[in-house]
Design a binder for this molecule. Structure first.
Ligand code: MYR
Length: 185
């Protein structure tokens, strides 16, 4: 019998990461399934997932700012790039691209070609109206509200509905200027 080669530290970390990611994906699936059982209406599940995401987002932004060392963004465009490249990478392990800007720079799309949340997922016909990943849109809305940006975040394309990518539309509704807490003398 061939001897078992010891695995390197990197290989062990990679496999622990994969298991963590699978556990996360399966746990999320179990939560969605439970909500479908409890709430019965797909629209109610969509709302609940969005609200759960929002509640996570308002807390997660602190962790994001502390871990990422990202400094304050100059405008909404920079903020969306930071979410797409740093935020998604940190919390989902993938990056998104930012496209479809409108003329006044207040709305755009985040495109995700890969989304670990939907690994192993196939929606039955009874769930066709479900926005399975609504937790993500809620997280973004909640996190942005904590940095003074009121937004509307919605899904335009969804691979679980047969689209080729996931597309999130992010619309800036209002930017509340933050007050500098000290008086300049
Ligand atoms: C700033 O202070 O101007 C920077 C604000 C960056 C906000 C980034 C929020 C991170 C949200 C992570 C989303 C992850 C989705 C899975």
């Amino acid at each position: 019998m061939a001897p078992v080669a010891p695995r390197s530290g990197d290989a062990i970390f990679a496999s622990v990461e994969r298991v963590n990611s699978e556990l996360f994906t399966l746990t999320y699936g179990a939560i969605v399934r439970q909500l479908l059982t409890d709430l019965e209406e797909v629209d109610e599940v969509n709302k609940q997932l969005d609200q759960m995401g929002y509640n996570i987002g308002v807390r997660l932004v602190d962790e994001f700012l502390a871990k990422s060392n990202v400094s304050r963004c100059v405008d909404f465009k920079e903020t969306t790039e930071v979410i797409a490249k740093v935020g998604f990478k940190m919390f989902l392990g993938v990056t998104a691209s930012v496209t479809n800007w409108d003329a006044d720079g207040t709305s755009c799309s985040l495109i995700l070609e890969d989304n670990p949340l939907v690994d192993f997922v196939e929606l039955p016909d009874t769930c066709q109206g479900l926005y399975y990943c609504n937790i993500i849109s809620g997280v973004i809305r909640g996190a942005l509200e904590m940095v003074s940006m009121k937004t509307e975040v919605s899904w335009i394309r969804d691979m679980l509905r047969g689209d080729d990518v996931f597309e999130l539309h992010v619309k800036l509704l209002k930017q509340v200027p933050e007050e500098y807490p000290y008086k300049d003398d």
